[in-house]
Design a protein around this ligand. Sequence first.
Ligand SMILES: NC(=O)c1ccc[n+]([C@@H]2O[C@H](COP(=O)([O-])OP(=O)(O)OC[C@H]3O[C@@H](n4cnc5c(N)ncnc54)[C@H](OP(=O)(O)O)[C@@H]3O)[C@@H](O)[C@H]2O)c1
Ligand SMILES: [Fe+2]
Length: 378
Amino acid sequence: MFWLKTRIIEGKGSIEKLRKEAKEHERVLILASNSMKRHGFLSEAEDYIKEAGAEVFSITGLPAEPSVEAIEEFLPKVREFNPDLLVALGGGSVIDTTKALKVFYDAPELNFEEIAFLDRFSKPKPVPKLKTKLIAIPSTSGAGSEVSAASVLKKGGIKYNIVTPEIAPEVAILDPRLPMTMPREVVRNSGLDVLVHGIEAYSSRVANDFSDAMAIKAIKTVFSNLERSLEGDEEAREKMHYAATMAGIAFLNARLGLCHAMSHKAAWIGPHGLLNAIFLPYVMEFNASKSDYARKRYDEIARELGLKDWRALIEAVRELNERTGVPKLSELVDEETFMARLDEMAEKAYRDGLIAFNPVEAKPEEIKELYLRAFKGE
Ligand SMILES: NC(=O)c1ccc[n+]([C@@H]2O[C@H](COP(=O)([O-])OP(=O)(O)OC[C@H]3O[C@@H](n4cnc5c(N)ncnc54)[C@H](OP(=O)(O)O)[C@@H]3O)[C@@H](O)[C@H]2O)c1
Ligand SMILES: [Fe+2]
């Protein structure tokens, strides 16, 4: 099966479509991060909603890399305003926060622990039908949350997913003017997340021809545009913006793998895209060493990129990390702190639901070894 719930509106200035989208709504709540206010996109969005005749209220200051506490903080404000339309204006963090707020606003009887995928060996409670419509307007080019069915939240520094079609946004507006204001590091970190989404979705055990098409296009776009986007090339940045959503459509269907399992459990160390970028070559080497299927899929990606084989692909991934200035893991966390949480991370990554889609079912000891190799920069 291949599915996509979200209607996608794209193009320069397309945020203006909020006017039409807000028409049949009375109370519209915008959730935004500070940069969206700073760069004027929040007031622009508010104006379109007012022009539609709806009442608008905005909550700003949504945090990056959100934790469950952020939901507890903002939920009372959402309930107080009582919206019939939610608009998430920001990066993956803002969209994920808004998705979770939608769950607990629409279904107040639920709590995070019972609906989140805490452990792949136990099933969470299903999320019932949710009524409030959600429009996602991404300001980064990375997470793919504007089309995905997941909301990723930290608890105790470790990330867990809520996954249900109910939280996949009804509409995504991809206005390439928004990501133009991203700082360089956000361009890089979110852009490398697109690469990881593409590669993990393509080599997933449940990939199909339709998800492959989205994954390959996204991977190629990263290799040919990310560095130009980092230099400020507007066309390249626009291409990356659409590629992020394509990769999102790929993993919505084919899911992800060990690299995301590892980065989610190491979330206390740094930003999501950056951790993924650091772990990716280690995970690819591991998968290739254990699985014919992984080697075959990496070979296919390599050929699409004009490279010889899976070895050349892993090398190209490493080189891209180097050229874009991805630091070593040991530059983000000191050895003592890292070692103190290593066993916990490896065990929890092994229990992450995404392991089931990875070409190889890695054991806790193997995951520990991968964390260690990444830390030592081997
Ligand atoms: N749901 C999913 O399927 C999925 C998939 C992958 C990743 N994720 C999650 O997504 C999160 C990462 O999202 P992200 O990579 O998109 O980054 P992000 O965490 O949403 O944004 C990072 C920072 O970039 C700044 N920023 C964003 N857009 C900007 C713009 N246009 N101009 C200037 N500054 C801007 C924000 O600063 P301000 O705070 O100052 O605005 C923010 O602090 C992680 O929590 C990850 O777990 C979710
Ligand atoms: Fe990701």
